[in-house]
Design a protein around this ligand. Structure first.
Ligand SMILES: Nc1ncnc2c1ncn2[C@@H]1O[C@H](COP(=O)(O)OP(=O)(O)OP(=O)(O)O)[C@@H](O)[C@H]1O
Length: 271
């Protein structure tokens, strides 16, 4: 796999407006080769919009974004999309189509020039299903799969191209514990192979131990870029009241590992 030295992901003062509102405000983000970075923040803080702007689903109003050193707006054709796997938020692998898990994963190898995959392609698809722990169910219809299993099939579809950058949008949302653990194993394997991972999460959960760095968004701005914030003392104790006067405070970008972002409180005071 040929690699350039440019960072897999970089944004400079990235600003995105959707409808009448500015959803991302001057976001600077950089993900180095082989790094696993989590994008965290409360509902509506702009996490999905950030990854969508990277893959070209939403337009950039101001600032720039680069994938492997190429500007996603002006140099789209120079980007090697085969090196990039993207798994969007909350889609099912079934969508009424009676396809097997193997067929769904094989579809990740198709493009405008190729409408069927050969034996080698099917072997790669089986290998990708193996990576997400579903090889033994390759020939079953995805319609009978749980939400978490479908999510893993979609991740396998992104992995079948052997990307060196994988972008996952909320892969843990609404999936069963077995699938969360399987996903954590998949990400651990990817990390061991040097794959760069950018993952949108509500909270670190099973992926926490695998994350090198986290970037926390709030109201479309980066309020933290560094180590995973630890819950402040007592926050994880039963009975702790999550009521603090944080609203209105001017957010600052923190870099210290021991930073005092009170994890749950930053998540909009979610209990
Ligand atoms: N197509 C759109 N038109 C107008 N506003 C939009 C559009 N898509 C998203 N938004 C708004 O942009 C903001 C950021 O949305 P986004 O989905 O990026 O947030 P998020 O941090 O990923 O949230 P969640 O954790 O709930 O998925 C929200 O206020 C949302 O309502």
């Amino acid at each position: 796999m040929s690699k350039t030295t440019a960072a897999p992901v970089r944004t400079e003062a990235l600003t995105v407006a959707l409808g009448a509102s500015t959803v991302l405000r001057r976001v600077d983000l950089s993900v180095a080769d082989g790094e696993a970075v989590a994008l965290l923040g409360p509902n509506g803080s702009g996490k999905s919009t950030l990854v969508k702007s990277l893959v070209g689903i939403v337009p950039i109003a101001r600032g720039r974004a680069f994938l492997h050193g190429h500007d996603v707006t002006t140099e789209r054709r120079r980007i090697d999309w085969g090196r990039i796997g993207y798994v969007p938020q909350r889609v099912t692998a079934a969508a009424g189509v009676p396809a097997t898990a193997l067929e769904v994963v094989c579809s990740g190898l198709l493009d405008g020039r190729r409408l069927r995959v050969g034996r080698a392609g099917r072997a790669r698809a089986l290998d990708a299903l193996e990576q997400v722990g579903l090889a033994e169910r390759a020939r079953e219809s995805v319609q009978v799969f749980s939400g978490g299993q479908q999510q893993r099939v979609l991740i396998a579809r992104a992995l079948v191209r052997e990307p060196d950058l994988l972008v996952l949008d909320e892969p843990l949302a609404g999936i069963d514990r077995t699938s969360k653990e399987a996903l954590a194993r998949t990400v651990a394997d990817l990390r061991a192979r040097g794959t760069t991972v950018l993952v949108v999460l509500h909270e670190p959960g099973e992926l926490g131990p695998l994350i090198d760095r986290c970037v926390v968004l709030r109201h479309g701005r980066v309020i933290h870029d560094g180590a995973l914030p630890r819950p402040a003392a007592g926050h994880d104790l039963p009975g702790h009241e999550h009521e603090h006067a944080h609203e209105g405070a001017t957010p600052a970008v923190h870099h210290a590992p021991e930073l005092a972002v009170e994890w749950r409180t930053q998540m909009e005071g979610r209990p």
